[in-house]
Design a protein around this ligand. Structure first.
Ligand code: ZN
Length: 282
């Protein structure tokens, strides 16, 4: 990096756990090298499906305490990744997890997708003006896998970065088809994997031809795993003691832990950005 001021990275995520699932290695890598990393989370993830049986009464249709519980999970994950600046958009609990597309929680009056795009964008603009990141990360227009809150996060980040000229680059965090398929094939060789293998095409992936930037996270896999373990209501992590590792969401589908995290440049110059979100920025 050749920046004259400290690199500042800001990531906009929809729910607690997305920062670790999509960008955990990247966060750990830049935090470890002295960058200022800010994570903005838009909701508390109240509608997530709960994996451990002993925590299921927290659910939205029972005690409805999952959101508060996930605040603590997120705090632990941020500590594992080295994030010192975490914020909830609009403050803790301002917007609620909308749930997957077409479910009744989409209509909740505090659902993130029921909120005003203009109000949410203005709040993010305020954060951008305080933090002054050179690089901002969010999801692609499909939200990575179609979740309405992820799509809304994309929309407000696109709108907010359009009016803050100090942001040099905007990236979409994606998953690589090639890395995911190779990783899944390697999982098939492991004995004792407690999750089922993904069917071809079952995991959301992006064609490698449109990926502009690959961040090597091989030195930060243990931090990413610790962060994923912190989200124990949402993520099961498995390690075999011999270097094999995988994780699964509540659907029980094995996902490989791959050596890179992948990005599509959405705004700004890509010169020098092939392996470094800040590469080539002066
Ligand atoms: Zn999410």
């Amino acid at each position: 990096m050749t920046l004259t001021s400290p690199p500042r990275l800001l990531l906009v995520h929809a729910h607690p756990d997305d920062e670790s699932l999509w960008t955990g290695g990247t966060i750990a890598r830049y935090a470890a090298t002295g960058a200022l990393v800010t994570v903005v989370t838009c909701t508390l993830g109240e509608e997530g499906e709960i994996i451990p049986a002993g925590l299921r009464e927290l659910a939205a249709d029972a005690a409805d305490q999952l959101g508060g519980y996930r605040v603590a999970e997120l705090r632990s994950a941020c500590a594992a990744l080295g994030v010192t600046d975490h914020r909830f958009l609009g403050g803790v609990g301002r917007w609620r997890d909308s749930g997957m597309v077409g479910v009744p929680s989409n209509e909740h009056p505090r659902a993130f997708v029921q909120g005003s795009v203009d109000e949410q964008t203005a709040m993010l603009v305020d954060v951008l003006r305080q933090v002054k990141p050179q690089v901002v990360v969010t999801y692609d227009a499909f939200g990575g896998y179609g979740h309405p809150d992820h799509i809304r996060a994309h929309e407000i980040t696109t709108a907010a970065t359009a009016v803050v000229p100090d942001v040099d680059r905007v990236f979409y965090a994606v998953t690589s088809r090639d890395a995911t398929e190779k990783g899944a094939a390697a999982l098939a060789e492991l004995a004792d994997l407690p999750f089922r293998l993904p069917e071809p095409g079952e995991l959301p992936v992006t064609d490698d031809a449109i990926i502009t930037t690959t961040v090597d996270i091989s030195e930060h896999l243990s931090a990413k795993l610790r962060a994923l373990r912190a989200h124990s209501t949402q993520v099961s992590v498995w390690q075999d003691g011999a270097g094999g590792a995988a994780y699964a969401l509540s659907n029980g589908i094995a996902q490989p832990l791959v050596q890179g995290e992948f990005y599509v440049l959405a705004k700004g110059s890509g010169a020098g950005a092939e392996t470094d979100l800040f590469g080539g920025l002066g």
